[in-house]
Design a binder for this molecule. Sequence first.
Ligand SMILES: Nc1ncnc2c1ncn2[C@@H]1O[C@H](COP(=O)(O)OP(=O)(O)OP(=O)(O)O)[C@@H](O)[C@H]1O
Ligand SMILES: [Mg+2]
Length: 254
Amino acid sequence: MSQTPTTPSTIIDLIKISKTYHPDIQALADISLHVCQGEIIFLTGASGAGKTTLRRLISRIEKPTKGMIEVAGLDLAKLPRNKIHLLRRKVGTAYQDFKLLSDRTVADNIAIAMEVMYRPSSYIEHRTRTLLDQLDLVKKYSTRAGDLSRGEQQRVAIARAVANNPEIVLADEPTGNLDAETTARVMALFHQLNRQGTTLLIATHDRTLFEGTSHRVIELRFGKIRSAANESPENSDELIGELEEDLISQESEQ
Ligand SMILES: Nc1ncnc2c1ncn2[C@@H]1O[C@H](COP(=O)(O)OP(=O)(O)OP(=O)(O)O)[C@@H](O)[C@H]1O
Ligand SMILES: [Mg+2]
């Protein structure tokens, strides 16, 4: 079968998204973002800037107040409750607050993600051990998650998010509790997944994760996109548009 080369397709498409919480907290305002398949994209910005809110909208934990979201070909506004599992299969999430089952073992917490996909138990055990090895946690295989340090819990949450090799990984502050060496292990795992085609959206305060890389960096400030460092050419039109708008408003102020 011959295939003509194409530009990478958009896998996460946010069009003019706003999210307002009761009564009038504007967490996100007019966000448009197109994430290409196979991209690693960093979402940064101060505490309260809207990173987790954006992540929650992409995972359809919440709905936007305005705007359209499409993830892996699914229009989230039209996705009925009984079809949300289709999205969950495509998106693995490492939560900022981990969301582990504290009374279950480390291995159980990771296995759960694969059990719901009916993976054979031999596969589940092998995959769990491989991930724990990559994240330097093998010795905690049978430990209760509630007995782990925060940095250890964070790595279990990451292992669970990636266990099924989802098309998209959303990692919310994935290295916030980790030392430099363990951070490097997490990033090595993310890059390995990315080489296999996974798209990653990583929300982080840690500039060392993206400084010196060629990956796109989207900075949120008060719920708006402030800048897109390392901008890829396909979004340069948007940037130019924003600059033009800025110049026009500066002129009208003079
Ligand atoms: N359920 C909610 N109800 C009301 N306000 C909320 C809710 N969730 C978030 N917010 C507000 O929305 C804004 C964005 O919060 P969000 O959690 O997205 O920030 P963040 O960038 O992830 O911050 P951090 O770096 O601290 O994790 C904040 O002002 C927050 O207080
Ligand atoms: Mg957050």
